[in-house]
Design a binder for this molecule. Structure first.
Ligand code: ADP
Ligand code: ZN
Length: 735
């Protein structure tokens, strides 16, 4: 390497390449994995050095010097950079944007890894002052002084002080002047993994769990395990044992959970059993807290890291194990920008690090099941519920025959009543928030639609609004039709309407609605889940958000209000999805001593889907679905990529995809099928027309070769300027 190497720098711009810079004019060249400020256009940008090279294609007169080096030592090591490179290559996404997704916000902005933290402490003079006397004249000052006196010589972080005493700064002024307290700044230290004093013992593993654990212990090197265990079979107990193995040998575990799965319940269970405080990484954290957890994972101080999707990029000093809980959950796939699957990256990362990865689910995706069939992954079954809990009994209610009022049939209402009478708790699942999905005119039949989307507006009765769930558009709810002025009425039911109907029917029951509307306020979700867990709420009404992962000990009955949405879906995954969501929500019932009961309302009880699911369970349904996918050549038997475009003019959206199609030409040969361009299933959203082009191949390498050539060509194409476009590799939504 020459004295002044060329730096390859990833910069956060939507272009698929690194940029070349000369090492900074002064000082030593930054190592690979360090951040550096670079001139880019008219601005300075934070970049990451991904490689050093001897020469550049850029003429030496044009190449610029990099500016300030932001890290003394590499922020990311070779394996972290490998993951970033792999993600960029596999998802055909600009590397600078991948780096940006991988780093916590503060680092992305160029802030130091160890920000200095302002602290305040009591001085010697303060310790010897007359705090009581002060209390009579200036009670606020005295209170602050007392707090700092208790905190001792190290004082307190100002963030913490603000939490304890929001107006402390005003009180502090006088104390600073008198020299009773002092301010200093300190380096943010590596998180100290507060040991939880007492470890709580767990249950003794049953025979199935012991067998599963023995199999998982078979390898400390790369192996992918699918822990395929019915709901409540004790998968978490098995994870806990494996995490303990890693702790015993000084290795770290990364546990990925779905967005809504990172509940205080889970965190305290993990912490209590392992005797430590897991480092958490999720979207609700403050920037500082996120950085602290990231730093702790990187330094090795945190031995268990629990996070949602983006935590997959967290560096680890001594990685030993990756676990993806509820691998089927859609929140692992990012649906915008960098459209990656954290589950799939977990597998790739484990292979690269040569460590095991465990994928857990009661309803595994067909992709994972197929990998088990080919022998690439190992399937480990937990066929029955742990402890004494029995599987819930499921039955259908024919809504055509029984009829419904506000979505509730008589058999369902009777069953709810009987569970409430015997002190049970009931969960009603309806994956539609708001009061009603449609507002229709009783005279002319006009339906209120969104002006910016091809969609209906949802009636929200509590706020007296009509809302578009696709673009967020809101307008006031009026009683008369826009077209003819006659009376309008809400059609169909959402969770609000269901809640109202239940209040009328069961006036003595405590009803708790849990959806993204009712839990918007800070702390509301926590409170709702607490009521559900303690059993103070008798009837829970909720959307998808309530159907996953929770353990409500008193819950004895689940009612699925409308199960027909997925029966005739157009997506090839409709049946798989619907089976997953029904099995998951049913799995909330009867998780302890009392057997659970599940009632499913459907207008199509004779559909073969129900027979398969009720008689053969998820296993039979997934077996059949795999066979069908093989015949119809859908994933996991073929590989897909979806090219999307959206523009204010319909023609622009389509023209761009025409260009893409021409660009691909026959470079994929026989192995590639190109479908489209066609309008997206929702052809207009938020004022933009949307179109899509589907690429399908039975050979993964062919698909990726085509995409690799396509991306840079599209980046340079003039039609791209008028559209928003994206490449979605392994899409899970075909619209
Ligand atoms: P999963 O992760 O498969 O849903 P969990 O690990 O959460 O299952 O276990 C479900 C319930 O069963 C929990 O209350 C757990 O404490 C209990 N449990 C798990 N394993 C056992 C066991 N071997 N004996 C008794 N109870 C168990
Ligand atoms: Zn809209």
């Amino acid at each position: 390497m020459s004295n002044s190497p060329i730096l390859k720098v990833a910069v956060n711009v939507p272009l698929s390449r690194d940029f070349d810079y000369l090492a900074p004019a002064r000082g030593t060249a930054p190592a690979v994995g360090c951040r550096v400020l670079v001139p880019f256009g008219r601005r300075q940008q934070v970049g990451l050095v991904t490689a050093q090279a001897d020469k550049s294609h850029i003429p030496s007169s044009k190449i610029k010097h990099a500016g300030e080096v932001l890290d003394e030592s590499p922020l990311l090591d070779a394996s972290d950079l490998w993951l970033i490179r792999f993600t960029s290559d596999y998802y055909h996404h600009p590397i600078g944007e991948v780096v940006s997704a991988a780093l916590p916000g503060l680092l992305r902005q160029g802030k130091p890894l160890h920000p200095s933290i302002e602290r305040v402490s009591i001085t010697d003079a303060g310790v010897h002052s007359d705090i009581e006397g002060l209390g009579r004249r200036a009670p606020k000052q005295a209170e602050l002084l007392a707090i700092l006196n208790d905190a001792g010589g190290d004082g307190l972080e100002t963030d913490l002080l603000t939490e304890m005493l929001p107006a402390w700064r005003r009180a502090a002024r006088g104390l600073f002047d008198k020299g009773l307290i002092a301010r200093f700044s300190a380096r943010a230290e590596d998180y100290d993994e507060q040991l939880v004093a007492e470890k709580v013992a767990g249950p003794t593993l049953n025979a199935d769990q012991r067998r599963a654990l023995a199999e998982l212990r078979g390898s400390d090197a790369y192996a992918a395990y699918l822990l395929d265990g019915v709901t409540g079979s004790g998968k978490t107990e098995v994870y806990l044992q494996r995490i303990q193995d890693m702790l015993d040998r000084g290795k770290q575990t990364l546990l990925l959970v779905p967005e809504i799965g990172l509940t205080p319940q889970l965190v305290s269970r993990l912490g209590g059993r392992l005797g430590l405080q897991p480092a958490l990484l999720h979207s609700a954290l403050s920037d500082t807290a996120r950085l602290a957890a990231w730093r702790a994972a990187r330094s090795g101080a945190a031995r268990l890291i629990v996070g949602t999707r983006s935590a997959i990029f967290t560096p680890m000093k001594n990685p030993g194990l990756i676990i993806v809980d509820e691998e089927h959950d859609h929140s692992f796939k990012q649906q915008e920008g960098l459209r990656y699957s954290a589950r799939d990256l977990a597998i790739a990362r484990a292979r690269n690090l040569d460590i095991p990865v465990i994928l857990g689910s009661a309803t595994p995706t067909l992709e994972m099941l197929q990998h088990c069939r080919t022998g690439a992954y190992r399937q480990i079954l937990l066929p029955s519920r742990a402890g004494n809990a029995k599987p819930p009994a499921m039955r259908l209610v024919d809504t055509m025959r029984a009829g419904t009022s506000d979505g509730i049939s008589e058999p369902l209402a009777e069953s709810i009543a009987s569970h409430l009478d015997s002190d049970g708790q009931v969960l009603l699942f309806l994956n539609r928030r708001g009061f009603a999905p449609t507002l229709i005119c009783s005279q002319c039949g006009h339906i209120a639609g969104c002006e910016r989307c091809d969609s209906r507006l949802t009636v929200h009765a509590r706020s007296r609004e009509l809302r578009c769930h696709h673009c967020g558009h809101v307008r006031a709810l009026r009683d008369n039709c826009d077209e003819c002025g006659e009376t309008v009425r809400p059609l169909g039911e959402g969770t609000e309407r269901l809640e109202d109907a239940l209040l009328r029917r069961f006036p003595n029951a405590v009803i708790s609605r849990i959806d993204s509307d009712s839990t918007r306020l800070k702390g509301a979700m926590h409170e709702a889940l607490e009521g559900a867990t303690l059993g103070t709420a008798n009837i829970l009404v909720g959307t998808q958000m309530l159907s996953k992962g929770h353990h409500f000990p008193k819950l004895t009955m689940v009612g699925v209000i409308n199960a027909d949405q997925g029966l005739f879906g157009t997506d090839f995954r409709s049946a798989e999805r619907m089976a997953q969501s029904i099995i998951q929500v049913a799995g909330r019932a009867g998780r302890e001593a009392r057997r659970g009961e599940v009632l499913i309302q459907t207008a199509f009880p004779d559909n073969v889907f129900w027979k398969t699911l009720l008689e053969g369970g998820y296993r039979k349904l997934s077996d059949e679905a795999i066979r069908e996918r093989e015949l119809t050549r859908w994933p996991p038997f073929t590989w897909l990529a979806l090219l999307r475009s959206a523009a204010h003019k319909k023609a622009d959206a389509h023209r761009f995809l025409d260009v893409a199609r021409r660009q691909i030409g026959d470079t994929g040969g026989e192995m590639l099928r190109i479908l489209g361009p066609v309008a997206a299933p929702m052809a207009r959203k938020a004022g933009r027309y949307r179109a899509q082009l589907l690429l399908q191949s039975s050979d993964r390498a062919t698909l990726h070769r085509v995409l690799r050539d396509l991306r840079p060509a599209l980046e340079g194409d003039a039609t791209a300027r008028k559209v928003r476009w994206s490449i979605d590799v392994d899409p899970i939504e075909l619209f």
